[in-house]
Write a protein that binds this ligand. Sequence first.
Ligand code: SF4
Ligand code: SF4
Length: 173
Amino acid sequence: MQNATSPTPLQQLHLDIDHRVGSIRENRPDWQCGKGCDHCCRRLAEVPQLTAAEWALLQEGLAALTADHLQEISQKISALADQPSRPIVCPLLDQTNGACPVYLQRPVACRSYGFYVQRDLGLYCHDIESLVAEGKLADVVWGNHDAIDQRLIGLGESRPLTEWFASSAFVER
Ligand code: SF4
Ligand code: SF4
């Protein structure tokens, strides 16, 4: 049974990702991921998918934004419905400074991307892929992205951000 101080499954997943990320950063203080490096947020293969637990957390971040900022995000999310082409720019990204306005509440995929790899496919962020190809990251112990996916499946159904947003109180009715 889960007591009052036990982390939720999502919190535990965050902790485990933080541990892996921390260990990589410790050995590589100059790791490229950071504020302003937003290429990954600008070329998403699909609309971000979130479990209910991730959406609940993300809503806390959205609720802290100004009404104007939320309206801007709402318009970008609506525009995605008419944009069949891929990749897409994350509708949450602040494109002026390359920052995530809901960084502390961001989805698991955003936390792990850049530090985790699908072992069989060898998939990386394109920027990091170049460094791997140059042999500059040969000693990095990557996280296992497949394991993250399995744990996300264990959290329940994932739905696109557009769907979660459309059914939320953030949409003007
Ligand atoms: S995953 Fe790639 S593009 Fe994204 S922050 Fe890290 S290095 Fe930059
Ligand atoms: S939620 Fe934040 S970190 Fe994730 S893709 Fe969007 S802007 Fe980037």
